[in-house]
Ligand binder design. Structure first.
Ligand code: 6CN
Length: 296
């Protein structure tokens, strides 16, 4: 390595350290910001999935939908429907627009890579104005821990991380419901070599251990919501992790049952976006979400 290169390389490393975020103790967490948004939006616990079909003028469409529905939702959620066709500047514009109504914005990218790549991804998402992201625990406990730690420390933002625990679609059973053997660290012997559990239970445990701000459990599986909620309450004694539930309406789940089973937030896309009257449907779901609560 030439001296010049070495100097740049070391400078780069120093810059990396200098970029390490130091959050003020007063920086509100994603869940606090989301709770504030719920209060400001009449108690609505509806997260709107802005899953627009391919077309022109997606930014204008997204902003007009926010104009029409902002008072019935607490957050928007953006996934590949917009992340792929739009530029970072466009996405930032949509996120800033949502923020102007006091809404939060979740990047639904189901992050699933090595920690160094995840960290760069998180930095780009934070720069694009997102408040939280979804993450797939299949990356393993250490990687999950590391990635979520980075998200929480993201300078000035304190990005939230929401871990998939049990997805809503039909074939999710074949992966999230899979029976898996306990992993025994090298050099140790399994107490009970035959012990096995379901993958989603491991994901739930890892999400809680890694201080994930939320978990995702499909509204199509109220019994799983109930089980995960009971486990979370049992582990912490109170709620520090929120349960987000997609899959109402278009996927067949019942939002009211999901909320009564222990969901804190419902994630809804098509049944609002493609309703005959989206404002009426959003308002109906907002009322359900503000009045239905978990009973153990
Ligand atoms: O209400 P819809 O079925 O139209 O949309 C549900 C939204 C989609 O954006 C989908 O990508 O929630 C997302 N989602 C997530 C996890 C999951 O298990 N099931 C989902 O449908 C997320 N995040």
């Amino acid at each position: 390595m030439s001296d010049e290169w070495r100097r740049d390389y070391n400078q780069g490393n120093k810059d990396q350290t200098a970029r390490e975020p130091i959050l003020a103790a007063s920086t509100p967490t994603f869940l606090k910001r989301l709770s504030r948004s719920v209060e400001e939006h009449d108690g609505s616990r509806v997260v709107l999935a802005l899953d627009l079909e391919p077309s022109n003028a997606l930014v204008d469409k997204a902003c007009s939908i926010i104009d029409a529905l902002a008072c019935y939702i607490c957050s928007i959620k953006i996934n590949m429907h917009l992340l792929l066709p739009l530029s970072m500047d466009d996405i930032k514009h949509v996120n800033d627009y949502a923020h102007s109504y006091g809404l939060q914005s979740i990047a639904d990218i189901k992050l699933n890579d090595i920690p160094s790549t995840n960290k760069v991804t998180i930095d780009y998402l934070a720069d694009s104005g997102f408040d939280a992201l979804t993450i797939n625990p299949i990356i393993g406990l250490d990687a999950l821990n590391d990635t979520i730690h980075h998200a929480h420390g993201r300078g000035g933002v304190c990005m939230g991380a929401i871990a998939l625990v049990y997805m809503s679609h039909k074939s999710a059973e074949s992966s999230y419901g899979m029976q898996v053997g306990a992993v025994v660290p090298e050099g140790q012997h399994a107490q009970n070599p035959t012990s096995s559990t379901s993958l989603y239970r491991i994901f739930l445990e890892w999400a809680l251990t890694s201080n994930a701000d939320g978990i995702v459990v499909g509204a199509t599986r109220p019994e799983m919501i109930r089980e995960c909620r009971a486990y979370m309450v049992g582990k912490h004694g109170y709620r520090v992790t929120a349960l987000f539930s997609p899959g109402s309406g278009a996927q067949g789940g019942d939002p009211s049952i999901a909320l009564k089973s222990g969901a804190d937030y419902i994630i809804v896309g098509r049944s609002i976006l493609y309703a005959d009257d989206p404002v009426k449907e959003a308002s109906r779901l907002a009322k359900i979400s503000s009045s239905s609560s978990y009973s153990s």
